[in-house]
Write a protein that binds this ligand. Structure first.
Ligand code: ZN
Length: 318
């Protein structure tokens, strides 16, 4: 999606424009960014995405914290047609690595609605860290495998396991680039990388590991149990556990996105004349808004921008 700001077209998580805005470093937002020499983004986002571009700015544009992962930001811009706020992916609740998203009043709001369904109602991340710590304590004689994507959820889990359980988890080599950028930006993460001597020593007894969600399933836990001669259990860590069954022993509703009521609360704070939903199905939000705030004009995401509801295998993504 493009917006016209002054004389320039700014691409919202799209490289094909005069000046791209990159909200955060998740792969599904990097479309066309690789070849750009200048990008409106935070330093942490460019580092996480391994982009060589320099940081651009626009006198009519401002970045706001989006609370999704390290470096994530929303874009606020003054245009000839009024002010626009684009959230990118966002979370309003504070987590161990991120503060809650900062809203700002705008005429037009373009908002992400991955969890735009009232069946999603997430506890505070700190409450979920406590649930995780309880499960870890109850199973301290077992091997525990958490499923988490390499960027964002892995770092949040490492931080939670360090702080709430005093545990140094085993992590994949693939997550190390992201772990190091988080540390460079002041977030301390105690972990041991699989294959290193430190990890080998930890793995002489029961241990806790973080692996991609497609791997961290019951079947993988069974293989580990046989190999190490210890009980082994797997857990999904995702907002989708509130609706879909993952093939794991346990599930924790930790998401780096806003849930249904968080989205409505954010809209209320922005107080827009018009809302457009992207990255999800906005129909239930539109229906809720038509009752709560009938003065707000709403439009669903256009077909090409809308992501279909995830299959259970995609579901652990966020
Ligand atoms: Zn994201």
């Amino acid at each position: 999606m493009l917006i016209k700001v002054g004389k320039k077209s700014i691409g919202l998580d799209k490289g094909k424009c005069d000046l791209p805005f990159l909200s955060h470093a998740h792969g599904d937002h990097l479309n066309g960014m690789k070849k750009k020499e200048e990008i409106i983004a935070t330093q942490a986002t460019l580092e996480l995405a391994s982009l060589q571009a320099s940081i651009a700015s626009h006198p009519q544009a401002e970045l706001l914290n989006a609370g999704h992962i390290l470096g994530s930001s929303a874009l606020y811009a003054q245009t000839d047609g009024g002010s626009i706020l684009y959230t990118g992916d966002f979370r309003t609740k504070e987590g161990i690595c991120t503060k809650g998203a900062t809203p700002k009043e705008a005429d037009r709001l373009i908002i992400e609605c991955t969890y735009g369904d009232p069946s999603f109602s997430f506890p505070s991340p700190h409450e979920v860290y406590s649930q995780i710590a309880k499960w870890v304590t109850q199973n301290q004689d077992a091997i525990l495998i958490f499923g988490a994507y390499n960027l964002g959820k892995t770092q949040e889990l490492i931080g939670a396991l360090n702080e709430y359980c005093g545990i140094t988890p085993i992590v994949t080599e693939d997550s190390e680039h992201f772990n190091k950028v988080y540390e460079k930006h002041g977030i301390k993460l105690e972990r041991a990388v699989a294959g290193t001597q430190e990890a080998e020593e930890i793995m002489r007894g029961p241990f806790v590991a973080i692996a991609p969600p497609r791997i961290a399933k019951r079947s993988f836990a069974s293989k580990l149990s046989a190999a190490f001669n210890l009980p082994a259990y797997s857990a999904s860590v995702s907002g989708w556990v509130q609706k879909y069954r993952a093939n794991t022993h346990a599930g924790f509703p930790l998401s780096d996105h806003a849930d249904f009521s968080d989205i409505l609360g954010y809209i209320e704070a922005v107080n827009p004349k018009e809302v457009e939903f992207v990255h999800g199905d906005g129909s239930q939000l539109i229906s809720a808004l038509s009752k709560k705030s009938p003065h707000i004009k709403t439009s669903p995401a256009s077909a090409q921008r809308t992501l279909a509801s995830p299959s259970p295998s995609q579901a652990a993504k966020s």
